[in-house]
Design a protein around this ligand. Structure first.
Ligand code: IMP
Length: 192
């Protein structure tokens, strides 16, 4: 079975991606290769951040590797918080702080259009590839639902009436930005 490093220790993401690839790949986390380094996300785009994480592992350990970066891009905010989604309300903030800041920024605004965008950078052999997944939707006015993480309680994907946090992981894993990008990655890897 093909072995590949996913440059993350985020358990949600590992579970999600392992479910999507359904055992067809052996996906190892940073913990699995005993990498405890904090890889700083200093890029100004999702592509740059994904690539710098994958490149760090490839250069230090020599393994084929992929890394992802995701942002929530809100139309009326010119694509913010985007690449800064995890620290929208400040460096030491949590998802509740980020959601509160975003809801506050949108108070009274009719245009609630937003999209989640995931970029995966893959470094395999001497090749570099990018895979993208996008889900369009809307930001609601208050939090709903308990599942998922990040901005899930305030995002309703187009075609649904419930937030990602209400839809739950099984539905989310079928339709999410990360699922789309991951399926494209998996298709590429299994076709190799
Ligand atoms: P990351 O690049 O996956 O670390 O994502 C950056 C930030 O975007 C996270 O800290 C979350 O706040 C948010 N985010 C990423 N993916 C999701 C998701 O699937 N649902 C909700 N928020 C997400």
């Amino acid at each position: 079975m093909k072995k590949i490093i996913f440059a993350t220790n985020n358990k949600h993401k590992l579970d999600e991606i392992r479910k999507i690839t359904d055992g067809s790949l052996q996906i190892l986390s940073l913990a699995d290769i005993h990498c405890n380094d904090e890889i700083e996300e200093t890029g100004s785009t999702l592509e740059e951040n994904a690539l710098l994480k994958a490149r760090y592992i490839k250069e230090k350990y020599g393994y084929d590797c992929f890394a992802d970066d995701t942002g929530l891009e809100v139309e009326v905010l010119g694509g913010a918080p985007g690449v800064y989604s995890s620290r929208y309300a400040g460096e030491a903030c949590n998802p509740a702080d980020n959601m509160e800041k975003l809801l506050h920024a949108l108070v009274g605004l009719k245009n609630r259009n937003a999209r989640f965008r995931t970029v995966i950078a893959l470094l395999i052999g001497n090749e570099k590839h990018f895979f993208e997944g996008v889900v369009n939707g809307k930001i609601i006015e208050e939090r709903r639902g308990e599942a998922g993480f990040g901005y899930d309680p305030i995002f309703i994907p187009d075609g649904y009436e419930r937030t990602f946090a209400e839809l739950g992981n099984d539905v989310k894993n079928q339709i999410s930005h990360r699922a789309l990008a991951t399926r494209r990655l998996a298709q590429f890897l299994t076709g190799q």
